[in-house]
Design a protein around this ligand. Structure first.
Ligand SMILES: Nc1ncnc2c1ncn2[C@@H]1O[C@H](COP(=O)(O)OP(=O)(O)O)[C@@H](O)[C@H]1O
Ligand SMILES: [Mg+2]
Length: 211
């Protein structure tokens, strides 16, 4: 029997044990549907009661354009070395260790500006489950290698490749690129990153079926 969305909800709900905060990772290539799945999980798990699930995107750790210019990496924004991977790994450690006391703030990512924004995502002490999602959660290079050990489980989003590229191209257009620019990014820099991510799929605990 293929997993249903209800099965995913049940599995996510069971992750925090003994009052300890749990962190669920969702990995996958650009346009795979990670953010959409995380939004839906968080919304349905929280329901209408007191929120106990928070959504922390890896995208908040994009380096700012000014820093990418300094490093000479602006033309490959989205590649593993255009993120603050060490900062992300450190935030995950804080989220594990500081589950009482103050709000822990994560950065967000503004899609029209394509810039990270500090202090955008509050994780209150009451959050028993954190859903974090992004491309490189399962990478084994550099500081990314510290990420996996800070996650209780990692699920992998892997829709059919043609569908993923179609959705990704449409998303680029929606955020202001021309059809030609959108296709060039999706099939160029995004595709190289997608292949890196696809090669990490075997490290996931579960592959999410199309939902
Ligand atoms: N299950 C789905 N069915 C149809 N479209 C989807 C689905 N999941 C995501 N999308 C669309 O595909 C695009 C990419 O999804 P998104 O969640 O932003 O991907 P990611 O966060 O993995 O890059 C978005 O425009 C989103 O609305
Ligand atoms: Mg996303």
């Amino acid at each position: 029997m293929p997993l249903t969305f209800d099965d995913l909800l049940t599995r996510a709900r069971a992750l925090p044990r003994g009052g300890r905060r749990a962190i669920l990772g969702i990995a996958g290539s650009p346009g795979a549907g990670k953010s959409t799945l995380a939004d839906r999980l968080v919304r349905e798990l929280n329901g209408t009661g007191e929120p106990w699930v928070a959504h922390v995107p890896m995208d908040g750790f994009h380096l700012a354009d000014a820093e990418l210019d300094r490093l000479g990496r602006r033309d490959r924004k989205g590649a593993p070395d255009t993120f603050d991977a060490a900062g992300y790994a450190a935030l995950l450690r804080r989220l594990r260790e500081e589950s009482d006391g103050d709000i822990v703030y994560a950065p967000g990512f503004e899609r029209v500006l394509e810039q990270p924004i500090a202090g955008a995502v509050p994780v209150p002490p009451s959050a028993r489950l954190v859903v974090t999602e992004g491309n490189y959660l399962l990478l084994e290079t550099g500081a990314w290698a510290r990420v996996r050990s800070r996650l209780d489980e990692v699920w992998f989003c892997g829709p059919a490749e043609a569908e993923r590229v179609r959705r990704l191209t449409a998303r680029h257009e929606r955020y202001g690129k021309s059809p030609a620019e959108a296709a060039a990014w999706a099939l160029g820099p995004d595709q190289r990153n997608a292949e890196l991510v696809a090669a990490t799929r075997h490290r996931a605990d579960l592959v999410v079926p199309p939902v």
